[in-house]
Ligand binder design. Sequence first.
Ligand code: KG4
Ligand code: ZN
Length: 343
Amino acid sequence: MTKDKIVLGIESSCDETACALVNDKKEILSSVVWSQYDEHRQFGGVVPEIAARAHLEKCIVLIKEAMKKAGKTYDDLSAVAVAGGPGLIGGVLVGVMTAKAIAWARQLPFIAVNHLEGHALTARLSNPVKFPYLLLLTSGGHCQLLIVESVGKYKKLGGTIDDSAGEAFDKVAKMLEVGYPGGPNVELWAKKGNPKAFQFPVPMKGRVGCDFSFSGLKTAVRVCIEKQPNLTDTIKQDICASFQQAVIKQMSDRLDHGIEMFKSMYPTAKDLVVAGGVAANLSVRRMLEEKAQKNGLIFSAPPVNLCTDNGVMIAWAGMERHLLGISDGFDFKARPRWPLESL
Ligand code: KG4
Ligand code: ZN
């Protein structure tokens, strides 16, 4: 009997320290995520230096925990994967140096995973998604429509010209003081609100191509808040619901163009995937599901807990690379910027 291949994945590119072990049978052997919410809450956003120090404190502890939970030792590993960027460089460095040390000491392949590729490939762990597929990648740092042609091969159809969708959620949450982290709290407040209460603009609607823009929407929300003589909880809920609706309307419009382009390039391809932190939003997922149905596509999304940053996505993307015989040298440099199209 051949031994299962097992990859250890380490994620430390933003405000989550996370580790996981996955095997080549698509089983998650363990997954531990430590979110730094308490460290950053008082600042209303991630402070890079605080994040880096917190990663340093937690990284080894979490790796040990992930190994123990999986009931594995370093001898059982086939490779070590780490988010090599893009991200906050202090945190990325912590993960990369730790992964290199383990790989070097145990003579294992070292795999630097692009964090975005981690998001992009996770749906293939949870669902039978086939290449090529259309991907809406929407996180705190990015908002893009891409065709995932294979591991390491991405065709970008469009991206944001200013803020990402996650950033807009976070900024609206901050303006309304509904709590940190922003996205999940705005979604929570939106559930109780009326999405038709405020008519926010839908930037880019009707424009050719697949680019996104959220900065005008964010400004419209700010102006709306300033106009309220009394910002009651009901008004806050209505603003959250109306804002979320405007984000979804823009995504829907951009997807119409993206699907058209995808179908003309790959007439027999069938998969539509959403990934990244904002993909945890149930209203966003619902819109995509309907869109897929209307267009004869199959919709897939990672489970909600694998949409926001986690170690499983890095371990799995590492596994996909490992199975193709791809690894990186110990001279790999942590990268603050690393566009998917450059892979
Ligand atoms: O992928 P991710 O964990 O980190 C990055 O790679 O950026 O995404 C984090 C982003 C944050 O902006 C967060 O507010 C947003 O995803 N987010 C959400 C939800 N959960 C997380 N946005 C909307 N609805 C949610 N439920
Ligand atoms: Zn992410």
